[in-house]
Design a protein. Structure first.
Ligand code: SF4
Length: 290
């Protein structure tokens, strides 16, 4: 007998405050017919970046190629020296779309490296060492040592001696952050700066809750998006999960013999992609289960 398929979208899914703000700033500038560019993709969602490119928001990979016009700084920040170099060029107007939560982490990093009481301590960033946010955060330490720790294995292998200041990448899971802090605390005196942003936590909690109550989760967002990938990891520990970027990846056979499907999306996934995928799933339900 055919089952009725229930579809539910997570309570917190899609664009967060920081990404919404960045996209609005980019669109506003483009609508004024300004020459606008971003240094690297403004957010980690290839489809939304492509939509902005159609509005003439150009992506640059080399800072030397920009001579004039408006440059939008991406949500997760750019390295300190690069920012200074852009400020010095009077022909360039900077639109700073760095998320305020990332800015807060940058300010903490800068303070830790200049504060007399902190400057002899090692700064630990709990995060992904290749992520642009982490690379930018590291650049704010202008004296002393800064080390990135990604996971508990690296924390266990950390052999340096001395006191530590520990800062988190904004999109870390609290579990990974807390486990690493716990390990480091055994050997070091630590001061902890938890800079994980609430939008990330809200999305993770909602995704986990929904994943526990459905037969299948579809996690929507860029493969290059750290927070979407973590949502997929969280969901997959609770139910069968597919991480997709676009509606084209959906396969009808996923919905065979299941009663419920949950949808969630990373903080850089726009509503138009989520809506398109929801519509497609509803269509499959009508075709297959009605
Ligand atoms: S995920 Fe958090 S830190 Fe990142 S842009 Fe969104 S609100 Fe800002």
């Amino acid at each position: 007998m055919k089952q009725r398929l229930k579809i539910k979208v997570a309570d917190n899914a899609g664009f967060c405050f920081g990404v919404k703000r960045a996209i609005n700033l980019a669109e506003e500038a483009a609508d004024k017919k300004r020459k606008v560019c971003t240094l690297g993709p403004i957010i980690h969602n290839p489809q939304e970046v492509e939509r902005l490119e159609k509005k003439k928001v150009e992506i640059l990979t080399d800072i030397n190629k920009i001579k004039s016009g408006f440059i939008i700084l991406r949500t997760h920040g750019i390295p300190f020296d690069l920012h200074k170099k852009l400020i010095k060029n009077k022909n360039i107007n900077i639109i700073d779309a760095t998320c305020p939560f990332v800015k807060r982490a940058q300010v903490i990093m800068e303070r830790l490296s200049t504060d007399i009481k902190s400057k002899d301590k090692i700064v630990i960033i709990v995060g992904e060492r290749v992520h642009p946010e982490v690379i930018a955060l590291m650049s704010y330490v202008n004296s002393g040592k800064c080390v990135v720790i990604e996971n508990v294995t690296e924390a266990k292998n950390f052999k340096d001696s001395g006191d530590l200041n520990i800062v988190s990448q904004t999109t870390q899971t609290p579990e990974n952050f807390e486990s690493i802090v716990k390990i480091l605390k055994k050997q070091h005196k630590v001061k902890v700066y938890n800079t994980i942003c609430k939008a990330t936590l809200d999305r993770q909690k909602s995704a986990e809750k929904l994943a526990k109550s459905v037969d299948l989760m579809i996690v929507i967002g860029g493969r290059n998006s750290g927070n979407t990938t973590r949502l997929a990891q969280i969901c997959s520990t609770n139910t069968k999960t597919h991480h997709i970027e676009t509606v084209e990846s959906i396969k009808e056979e996923w919905f065979k013999d299941i009663g419920s499907v949950g949808l969630t999306a990373g903080a850089s996934t726009p509503d138009w992609i989520i809506e398109g995928i929801k519509k497609k799933v509803v269509g499959i339900r009508c075709k297959t289960y009605s």
